[in-house]
Design a protein around this ligand. Structure first.
Ligand code: NAD
Length: 487
């Protein structure tokens, strides 16, 4: 497959370098070598994208939603035809295995199918009125221009998660790609173009957050900002967009607890902990990074976890279980956090180091890491690391486990392993998070389900599912009064 040497923006259906002609290097996380150059865009590029959207959006909104859905179906069909090609880009720029990349493309396709079909619904509501001869209902209208800013961890899923709902609602969109995964966004733009999406409806901007993302958030003509990324950046975005009262949806980080009770199926719990903590190299907002284990099974279970972790293979092939993290800066953040934790008494049960043998040389690989003996209020317990690191905590009973699970500024997902129906049910009711799971992992983002969190994990919005339609459309109340004397 030909790897482009330069990844440009997509503006008004045309591939464009940034106005200032600047670019940056994108490195391969698997070996640290340069993959290609990327357009380093700024406010002028955002202005061009906004112009393109302004000229296209009224016509796009005038296309009946069912027909918009058919066009989105054509994009999905093209994605299915080019599944391998998209996966190759994901594999190449994230370092995850081809199999994992293909799985991610499959998820993006499912998301696209869901929203394409929403064109046949886009329900408003017909309801009652307190006044005689008055009929009340709601209809959905596009917001206008949607600014979509995404993280790099699951690049094609993140694109699909935002672009499809924004477009089905009749908005024109500007996608600010993650600087670490520009090529996946670029190939999606190409596919949308080839599939027949009107060319100015979707614009894709490459570049760094402060330079290309911030002007998008600040732009007066961008009516809704949907952001997936860190809590720190989410706060800045809320602040800027709040000043001009734009609609904002924030999908932020997590420090997700997974409880293992004394009555759990330990084999099943161990399997899910490894997947929750280490799949995608722990670069999931929903990753299970706080493992809370009952005292009575602690030693036995931790030995089992350590043995199973030893068997994990790190690398970017289909034989490997987890790949590199996305860039060297993230890797160094994690190494520093681990060092700091050990200075405060943390005990590394396994892992903790960068891999730099022949297979991993130059790549951004961290050994899958388990740490215990850490205070629940230590920095490593409270801050998201976004890598293959999980902390283990010992508790006496269920109530202590639940209290610890809730003792976090984040509230995205959580899981319990137990055979007790009562415990499971109590946990579902009392976990402070947007997703509660029983006897599996800290996963939970099927395309038709509302995902999101509380506290540092978001601002209360939910995407995807039909709930995302509330973000990308505005409801209008409609009252029709019939004058009986004029019948
Ligand atoms: P990040 O916040 O550094 O960057 C995310 C995106 O925001 C990038 O495109 C970046 O260029 C842009 N950005 C950075 N500064 C900006 C600014 N000032 N204005 C506008 N845009 C700006 O996050 P990251 O390290 O790339 O991604 C990891 C984070 O994403 C983790 O916290 C993870 O939990 C979170 N995440 C959340 C979800 C979810 O659904 N809740 C899903 C995936 C990832």
């Amino acid at each position: 497959m030909n790897i482009p040497k330069f990844i440009p923006n997509w503006i008004a259906g045309v591939e464009k370098a940034s106005v200032n002609s600047q670019s940056f290097n994108k490195l391969n996380p698997a070996d640290g070598k340069t993959l290609f150059q990327v357009a380093r865009s700024g406010a002028e590029d955002v202005n061009l994208a906004v112009k393109s959207c302004l000229s296209a959006q009224p016509q796009w909104a005038a296309v009946p939603p069912v027909k918009r859905g058919l066009i989105l179906h054509d994009i999905v069909r093209t994605m299915i035809d080019k599944k391998e090609e998209i996966a190759h880009f994901v594999h190449m720029e994230t370092g995850k295995s081809m199999n994992d990349a293909l799985g991610e493309v499959g998820g993006a396709i499912e998301c696209g199918l869901f929203y394409a079909s929403e064109g046949q619904r886009l329900y408003g509501r017909t309801t009652t009125s307190g006044v005689p001869n008055k009929f009340a209902s709601t209809i959905r209208q596009p917001v206008g221009i949607a600014g979509l800013i995404i993280a790099a961890n699951t690049p094609i899923a993140n694109v699909a998660w935002k672009v499809f709902p924004a477009l089905i609602c009749g908005n024109a969109a500007i996608l600010k790609a993650a600087e670490d995964t520009p090529a996946t966004a670029w190939i999606f733009g190409k596919i949308a173009h080839e599939a027949g999406l009107p060319s100015r409806v979707l614009n894709i901007i490459q570049g760094y957050g402060e330079e290309a993302g911030a002007p998008l958030v600040a732009h007066e003509d961008v009516g809704v900002i949907s952001f997936t990324g860190s809590t720190e950046v989410g706060r800045k975005i809320q602040h800027t967009a709040g000043k001009r009262l734009a609609k904002v949806s924030l999908e932020l980080g997590g420090k997700n607890p997974l409880i293992v009770c004394d009555d759990a199926n330990l084999e099943n719990a161990a399997k899910w902990i490894l997947l929750s903590a280490f799949s995608n190299a722990g670069q999931r907002c929903a990753s299970g990074s706080r493992i809370i284990i009952f005292d009575s099974i602690y030693e036995q279970f931790v030995n089992m976890l350590v043995d199973k972790t030893k068997e994990l293979k790190v690398g970017n092939t289909n034989q490997d279980d987890l790949g590199p993290v996305i860039n060297e800066k993230q890797l160094n953040n994690m190494l520093n956090a681990i060092k700091k934790a050990t200075e405060y008494g943390g005990n590394i049960l396994i892992g903790g180091k960068r891999l730099s043998d022949d297979k991993h040389r130059g790549g951004f690989y961290l050994e899958p890491t388990l740490i215990d003996n850490i205070d629940s209020h230590a920095e490593i317990s409270q801050c998201e690391l976004f890598g293959p690191i999980a902390n283990l905590y010992k508790v006496n009973d269920y109530q202590e486990a639940l209290d610890l699970a809730n003792d976090s500024p984040y509230g995205l997902t959580g899981c319990i392993h137990t055979r007790s129906f009562d415990r499971a049910n109590h946990f579902i009711q009392h976990l402070q998070a947007g997703v509660a799971v029983v006897n599996a992992g800290t996963f939970g983002s099927e395309p038709h389900m509302p995902f999101g969190g509380s506290g540092y994990s978001g601002n209360g919005t939910r995407e995807p599912g039909t709930e995302a339609l509330d973000i990308y459309s505005d409801l209008k109340d409609v009252y029709v009064n019939i004058n009986p004397n004029e019948l």
